[in-house]
Design a protein around this ligand. Structure first.
Ligand code: ACM
Ligand code: ZN
Length: 513
């Protein structure tokens, strides 16, 4: 009946007739607003939904629902818990609507297994306007996802308006073409629009974590401000996919001035106590030939370029600390050198095996798990099947019972080089995001994939009414056997001789001593 799988549902006998709809007279403004969004009108024989903030000791995000033959009562310790209770009531109503509006009387007790339940959208490769994002936030709320990770900058486009570095949006927000579709991409978010998204997300109890990817994936910024690179070279916002060897210089003060200014401006917009600073895929080719980078290496007695990246990253982490923020960093840059203990690791790939990642987690590194397979939603269903995601454990093999406490939760990213519009975005993200939400909320419970599929069908109409068009069920159910032709098609379309050659060259050049 409810996704994500609730902790417990006990049937108490009898049923409640919901044919007149639901109403509430709650005096809690956030709940009243959210309720009326779902149930704007009702009949004269509507059933009352009561919201009680009273302390059932169910945790910050938990709730209790009691359905008896007269009314529905939702109680929780916090407004957030009540809000999640409302999301469950919405799904219970939809379920009953398909059964003559009869809802079985029951008692639901629920709370999440993980505190971090995230969805990441890459708005650099393709740009998505605020209306698209608001719809996604609505869907996230329904699924009890509580983090929207906003990937705002990359080689292929800078989307964050900055007063101090205006070229970032004047020039850096435009890409002449994309490998995927040959069509130019442009667009950025004004400060007012970003604040609007933060407020909209907050109404849905979702935290927005912006990402400023550094020192790699910063070609769009370097195209505007060449002094950010080791070589001051002139370049354009990247038109192809792949890892670029052009990265920010770790020895120049201009890089740090830039980071300080942008992060300072971001702190005025984003209320989350976390900021993602990227750190993934940073080839060291330019650093090897840079006298300024060499100077830092010498001065600090560094043995390799991974340590230099750690120096860079730790400086950015310190800047964030001054702003009262904690950094999140992709795991690439964390496993070879010492990164400040406060930083959260986001695990996506384990070049040296997952054992190392598990060791880091056991050693105290707070971690968000986004393992490439099956968490990356930009790959076809035949490659990262929904069932694989549903069965995924964010608690990796080798993570001990005490290490488990360091797993903050799970996030599924959607990279958008091959996602040119909202229709494709919905197709790739839904319904896999529903399966991911179920894992993040209910991992370890008695979950059954068949029951999940039945409940998912129930959810399709609701997602539709939120303006979301998921992949049809037969597509979503594809596994690796049935979906392989789609995988071949995907890679045939994605294959790009020039990007592949650049990738191989970058890999070669990035080999550190
Ligand atoms: C990543 O996929 N480069 C984090
Ligand atoms: Zn340099």
């Amino acid at each position: 009946m409810i996704i994500p799988t609730p902790h417990s549902v006990k049937y108490t006998g009898g049923c409640l007739d919901l044919s007149g709809g639901l109403y509430t007279s709650t005096g809690i403004p956030s709940l009243s607003k959210a309720f009326h969004k779902y149930f704007p009108e009702h009949g004269s024989n509507a059933v009352c939904v009561e919201f009680l903030l009273y302390n059932p000791s169910i945790g910050e995000e938990g709730y209790v629902i009691d359905v008896n033959s007269e009314k529905i009562t939702v109680s929780g310790d916090t407004e957030k818990g009540l809000f999640y209770g409302l999301q469950s009531v919405v799904q219970m109503f939809d379920y009953a609507a398909k059964r003559n509006f009869m809802l079985d009387c029951c008692s639901v007790k629920d709370f999440p297994e993980f505190g971090y339940r995230g969805f990441m959208l890459d708005c650099s490769r393709h740009f998505f306007d605020t209306d698209v994002i608001k719809k996604l936030l609505d869907a996230c709320a329904l699924l009890k996802i509580n983090v929207f990770h906003w990937h705002l900058t990359d080689d292929q486009g800078w989307r964050f308006e900055s007063d101090k570095y205006p070229l970032l949006t004047e020039k850096g927000s435009e890409r002449a073409c994309t490998r995927g579709d040959g069509i130019p991409v442009k667009g950025y978010y004004t400060k007012a629009q970003m604040k609007e998204i933060v407020a909209y997300a907050a109404d849905n109890f979702i935290e927005v974590i912006p990402e400023f990817d550094m020192p790699g994936h910063s070609v769009a910024a370097i195209a505007c401000y060449p002094e950010l690179s080791c070589t001051d070279e002139r370049t354009e916002v990247k038109t192809r996919f792949g890892i670029d060897p052009l990265i920010m210089c770790a020895g120049k003060e201009s890089s740090y001035e830039f980071a300080r200014a942008v992060l300072g401006e971001a702190a005025g917009i984003f209320t989350s106590d976390k900021v993602h600073i990227g750190g993934d895929e940073a080839p060291k080719a330019r650093w090897k030939d840079c006298p300024r980078c060499a100077e830092v290496m010498k001065k600090m007695n560094l043995e390799n370029f991974e340590q230099l990246q750690a120096v860079f990253t730790n400086k950015i982490i310190d800047m964030l600390k001054e702003l009262g923020k904690t950094a999140i960093v992709w795991n690439d840059s964390m496993q070879y050198a010492d990164i400040d203990k406060s930083a959260v690791m986001q695990y996506w790939r384990a070049k040296e095996g997952e054992k190392k990642i598990a060791q880091m987690i056991n050693g105290g590194r707070k971690t968000i798990v986004s393992k490439f397979t099956p968490c990356y939603l930009d790959y076809p269903y035949g490659m990262h099947p929904m069932k694989a995601l549903y069965s995924f454990s964010p608690v990796l093999k080798g993570v001990t019972d005490s290490g488990k406490a360091n797993v903050l939760g799970m996030e599924v990213p959607l990279w958008t080089e091959y996602v040119a519009d909202e229709k494709k975005l919905h197709f790739m993200a839904f319904p896999r995001l529903v399966a991911a939400a179920d894992v993040a909320w209910a991992h370890g419970r008695n979950r059954k994939y068949r029951a999940f599929l039945r409940n998912l069908e129930n959810l399709y109409d609701r997602l539709g009414s939120l303006g979301i068009e998921p992949a049809p069920m037969h597509e979503a159910k594809k596994g690796r056997l049935t979906g392989w032709p789609d995988v071949i098609k995907f890679f045939a379309n994605a294959y790009d001789k020039q990007s592949a050659a650049e990738f191989v060259a970058a890999q070669k050049e990035s080999k550190t001593k």
